[in-house]
Write a protein that binds this ligand. Sequence first.
Ligand SMILES: C[S@@+](CC[C@H](N)C(=O)[O-])C[C@H]1O[C@@H](n2cnc3c(N)ncnc32)[C@H](O)[C@@H]1O
Length: 192
Amino acid sequence: MADMLGMDPGRIERLRSPDRLAYFDPAKIWPILQTGADCTLVDIGAGVGFLTLPFAKANPGAKVYGCDILEGMVGLLAEDAANQGLGNLEALLMQPNAIALPDGTADFIVMAQLHHELDTPEPLMAECHRLLAPGGTIAIIDWKDEDNGKSPAKGRRVPEASIRAQLTDAGFTDLQSHNDIYEFHGFVTGRA
Ligand SMILES: C[S@@+](CC[C@H](N)C(=O)[O-])C[C@H]1O[C@@H](n2cnc3c(N)ncnc32)[C@H](O)[C@@H]1O
């Protein structure tokens, strides 16, 4: 049976809402990463495809994997990709710390508004390092660790120093912060 936990209609509506664009426009991510038109992008915790659908549409030569642990999310993403004729976007059901793709598949990995939901980020960071081609880039974008009136509550946010330590422990180098891009979100990149 499909896993429908976390699939309440209100949450789906919030994730899809164009209101998010006012403070979290995914189009601002790609110039920072310098994604090429024919790159391979893996989005972890892709949800309903707020990042992956527009990216796949704008980059028909790219291969895009939208991965999530919820079958329901993956189903919605697959449906929208098919409806939009996006043959370059594959919705992939993943295990909490494991993605069924070969080593070195990705040029870029993006994780957006996911980190604060992870109980143990370390194994997922290691899995990201395995999935990235040498020199590939990971981007972690999540709510800034400050009381800025947006959800989640401050106690559930992850300090940038913790994210940096996890990335370093997983073998990532050249860590960079891009905290001027979004008002409410921190943005850290690292290189495999
Ligand atoms: C807040 S939503 C963000 C979705 C999307 N990144 C966006 O910005 O619209 C977090 C998503 O991460 C997924 N998720 C939670 N824990 C996960 C994990 N350990 N691995 C992969 N995905 C996870 C959830 O099912 C949900 O779809």
